[in-house]
Design a protein around this ligand. Structure first.
Ligand code: NAP
Length: 285
């Protein structure tokens, strides 16, 4: 497994396993299978409702804690943000059965972002979160957060796949020292991506699947990917992308697929902001 080095020196695997939309009762098995397939980075969130199941799979695996990289996220908190952020982090740690997170991400760029971020900085200083970062931040909000706070987010986890490539965003993040992590790297399994003729042809040239071409394209760009699957054969397929390389011409032809627009959620759309603002999570302890 290759790693990237975050802005605080922490090493993060360049490929991990995401558990969004895996039902809680299915998650322990999926994570156990992913760990058996060699994944060491796990990406969950209170919003997914499956942190406890992730924790059970970690405990059952017997894998040393230092060999794992566990990410969870902070959902938008009600005021007072400082107090509620700490409580939310402690609740996540309890559900996961861990004493620290490797990465704690602010899940959405909404609410009292600054109060939440300052509380996350405290958690980072205290060692409860080895690295802290954000998700779904467009460049304007990201730069504002960077220039007005002590700690630069180590990671920004954003929708990134061949139809929404974020090349300019990645350049800006590099300048700021923020690692790009892709969510929806396989476009959430959409057929338009997985049956795309150009990606299929590149796959044939390497004897690889379209999913492998896409994941290789991400890691070759220095983007951290966290594909989700509940199928062990796909888990194995998705992690087997370190023994071939796309040519410059292939990288350039994939660049032509960029639409420059989000395919799932537009975080600039006022309707998205209002919809996400209404979604508060009940405290489950
Ligand atoms: P994704 O990884 O792009 O796609 C997952 C879908 O692709 C599933 O339906 C899966 O089906 C299918 N799939 C996986 N491997 C495949 C393969 N080799 N061939 C064909 N189909 C395949 O979507 P995602 O889960 O939305 O994104 C990945 C992770 O990013 C999430 O799990 C979550 O951890 C994170 N995320 C974060 C945010 C955020 O706001 N920060 C938002 C969304 C996601 P099967 O399961 O049936 O194999």
């Amino acid at each position: 497994m290759q790693h990237v080095t975050l802005n605080n020196g922490v090493q993060m695997p360049v490929l991990g396993f995401g558990v969004y939309q895996i039902p809680p009762e299915r998650t322990e098995r999926a994570v156990s299978e992913a760990l058996a397939a060699g994944y060491r980075l796990l990406d969950t969130a209170p919003y997914y409702g499956n942190e406890e199941a992730v924790g059970r799979a970690i405990a059952a695996s017997g894998i040393p804690r230092a060999d794992l990289f566990v990410t969870t996220k902070l959902w938008v908190q009600d005021a007072p943000a400082q107090e509620n952020t700490r409580r939310a982090a402690e609740d996540s740690l309890a559900r996961l059965g861990l004493d620290h997170l490797d990465l704690y991400l602010m899940h959405q760029p909404y609410g009292d972002v600054y109060g939440q971020w300052r509380a996350m900085e405290d958690l980072n200083r205290e060692g409860l979160a080895t690295a802290i970062g954000v998700a779904n931040f467009y460049p304007d909000r990201l730069v504002d957060l960077v220039v007005n706070n002590d700690t630069t987010p180590a990671v920004n986890q954003i929708e990134t796949h061949p139809f929404f490539q974020r090349t300019a965003d990645q350049r800006l993040m590099r300048e700021c020292g923020v690692q790009l992590q892709s969510w929806g790297g396989l476009a959430e399994g959409r057929a338009e991506l997985l049956t795309h003729p150009l990606l299929g042809e590149i796959g044939r040239q390497h004897g690889r699947s379209v999913a492998q071409v896409v994941l290789r394209w991400l890691v070759q760009r220095g983007v951290v990917a966290i594909p989700k699957s509940v199928r062990p054969e796909r888990m194995a397929e998705n992690i087997a992308v370190f023994d071939f390389e796309l040519t410059d011409d292939q990288m350039a032809s994939i660049a032509s697929l960029d639409t420059g627009t989000p395919q799932f959620l537009d975080h600039h759309d006022p309707r998205t902001v209002a919809w996400l603002a209404r979604r508060r999570l009940a405290r489950t302890g």
